[in-house]
Design a protein around this ligand. Structure first.
Ligand SMILES: C[S@@+](CC[C@H](N)C(=O)[O-])C[C@H]1O[C@@H](n2cnc3c(N)ncnc32)[C@H](O)[C@@H]1O
Length: 196
């Protein structure tokens, strides 16, 4: 991306944040073991990614490692029935809770759970969003937790952005890659779940 394009994107994201009355940008370090730093994508890219997963008004979006909640705001604004964020870092989870409570011009229900993703009680979420939030071991533990909770079912999707550990998903017999494309400057994989 060129310098002027990057600047335009920053300005657009700032305007979106102001429109919703929130502040969801920036990069923050976290102390979460095997976790990646807190960062987010542009509103435009997040919307395109959620659409690429086929988001409808029947979907519940689960953002694992939700950072300050921008994905939840986008999912709710796009009409998802519900958007849930899971965040292990206590301060970041508190910020996400504050942002989603404050967000204006957004329908739908948004919730933030402070927990490690590998301990979340997966149930009826239909789209799981992963912006490369953690390393290999945690991703493998998350897939084991999903399977143990009976999460895999037809129609459920997992979106993996910057798929550094795609091999972990490839090794799960209940996941099948449906598409892989570039959105903005990011590789985005959509995986479909089936009965294990
Ligand atoms: C790259 S940011 C993604 C932010 C958000 N999903 C977005 O796209 O706007 C990764 C986040 O995952 C969180 N994280 C890392 N490991 C985690 C874990 N095991 N469980 C829950 N959250 C975790 C980090 O604290 C960080 O806020």
């Amino acid at each position: 991306m060129t310098g002027p394009a990057r600047l335009m994107r920053k300005v657009a994201d700032h305007a979106h944040d102001r429109w919703h009355g929130v502040h969801t940008g920036g990069v923050r370090a976290t102390g979460v073991e095997d976790g990646h730093r807190c960062a987010t994508l542009s509103y435009r890219d997040i919307r395109a990614i959620l659409r690429s997963a086929g988001l409808t008004a029947d979907d519940t979006v689960l953002d694992l490692g939700c950072g300050s909640g921008r994905v939840l705001i986008c999912a709710a604004a796009l009409g998802a029935a519900r958007a849930i964020g899971v965040e292990a870092d206590a301060q970041i989870a508190a910020a996400a809770r504050q942002m989603t409570a404050r967000a204006r011009r957004v329908g739908g229900v948004m919730d933030v759970v402070q927990a490690p993703a590998q301990e979340y009680p997966y149930s009826d979420e239909t789209i799981v969003y992963l912006f490369n939030p953690f390393g290999r071991e945690t991703l493998a533990a998350v897939l084991r937790a999903m399977e143990a909770r009976g999460w895999p079912a037809p129609g459920r999707r997992l979106v993996y952005i910057n798929p550094e550990w795609a091999e972990v998903l490839r090794a799960a017999p209940w996941l099948e890659m449906r598409s892989e494309r570039e959105i903005g400057e990011h590789a985005v994989q959509v995986w479909a779940a089936c009965e294990p």
